[in-house]
Write a protein that binds this ligand. Sequence first.
Ligand code: DGJ
Length: 540
Amino acid sequence: MRSSAILLASAMLSVTAAPALAQEGEVPHIETRQGRHALIVDGAPFLMLAGQVNNSSNYPKPLQTAWPVLDRIGANTVEVPVAWQQLEPREGQFDFSFVQALLDQARSHDKRVVLLWFGAWKNTGLAYTPDWVKVDNRRFPRMKKPDGSDHDVLTPHSAETLRADKRAFLALMTYVRDHDPQNTIVMVQPENEVGSYRNPRDYGAAAQKLFAGAVPQALTRRLGGRSGTWSQVFGNKADRAFNTWFTARYIEELAAAGKAIKPLPMYVNAALADPFKEPDPQSVASGGPQGDVLDIWKAAAPSLDFAAPDIYDRKSRNVLKHLDLYTRPDNALMVPEIGNAREYARYFWPALGRGAIGFSPFGMDGSDYFNFPLGAKSFDEATLDAYAAKYRVLSEAMRPWAKIAFEHPTWGAAKPDDGAAQEMTMGSWQITASFGQWQFGQREWFPDADLPAWASEPVGGIAVAQLSADTFLLTGDHARVSFAPAAGSPPNGMVLRIEEGHFAKDDWVTDRVWNGDQTDYGINLTARPVWLKVTMGRYR
Ligand code: DGJ
């Protein structure tokens, strides 16, 4: 720890003072228009092709192992934790040496950064708080269980915990304001997977009093329902609703004060539950921003830009449902964590199709840690290629895609677990993505021919943007795409032209026109994604 990097408590008094924003460029922010969202970086829409490092890679040396992995997959952004534990090892004494190392390393590797604040909550627990917080249960109380014993999660009702956590978070934001005028850091996540497992809320005396009181009007107004106590308004969901509200209020305090220092986009990430079942308040991270309680978060924490799903569920139906739950006119979709096993990579396409502003497999460093069965067992070339191929094609058109996705309808699909073809109607055209076929001919014509090796593997997907009524921009891998007139649309529809090309700044440049074998059996996307512009037409 560099002593020069340690500020004394007295210097901290200036932390909350009105900031003099000395920014070089426009501060990154989220823009929303007609229900679509863009992350604006350096004045234009930006797509985060990200990777998150492992939890304990938040030190200068292990961080160095991340860059080769991130370069291998072609990431433009890294998500990295900064722990309260390392930032304020002694109360009031701050050590920014890792934050500076992160900025230096990220800049020299040409990466943007999402800063993850591991404070009072990390996967609900208090492990990332400094020792002086952990041991002082009087000052920083844990939640109480119904029987009066302690639960190993800090209560969101403690003004003292909030004060201390916020002071450290604001010290971090102040450092970012003063040392990152070039906006290497594009986004901040205050806390990590907040909530509480196996204890839906705090049952201590102060919490009990609040629980017997009225639900705040800001919440009842938002939900459009009746007023009353938590039990009256929420019935058997009251414990979780209560903890959600007060946890979100706590985060709101951090986010609002942090943004007053530097108004970077801020979001919360959710430990997810089965999206098709009513979450069990005992086993869900109660208080966290799961899809079914987003409206409580929206009412309680207006300073947050969005909530986001951490996806470690391999079932395709569940993944798509999670993506849907976080794609809302009032919530930009970003996937801040997804398992880094090969099969998760294909969900990049449906995320893009829902207008995602970022995507980030978890555990992308060379520290030799793998969180299987959530993610990969190890990195083999096929796994890294699965991410690299997608990030490469998007990197080639990162700015144009981000702008197009902000302004135009988009759709994306991934091969589902049952391998069934996926369809979508865009305007007067029906688009079908099917999986597991060679590039030539129809499968039934060659019953004796073998299938591609990947036909039985969980690979394949596409992303499409509708540029105008009859033109579509398209990419993807391991998929066959076909266009046809949608039911009820005018007759005589056909594919007029399929161009493969690239972007020069925002302008499309045609490299060749596909025809003959390349189009007679659909548009066949291989393991090497390319950009295609499809123009449909009708003859008279
Ligand atoms: C989700 C958390 O947000 C991550 O920090 C990490 O603990 C993963 N779970 C599991 O590896």
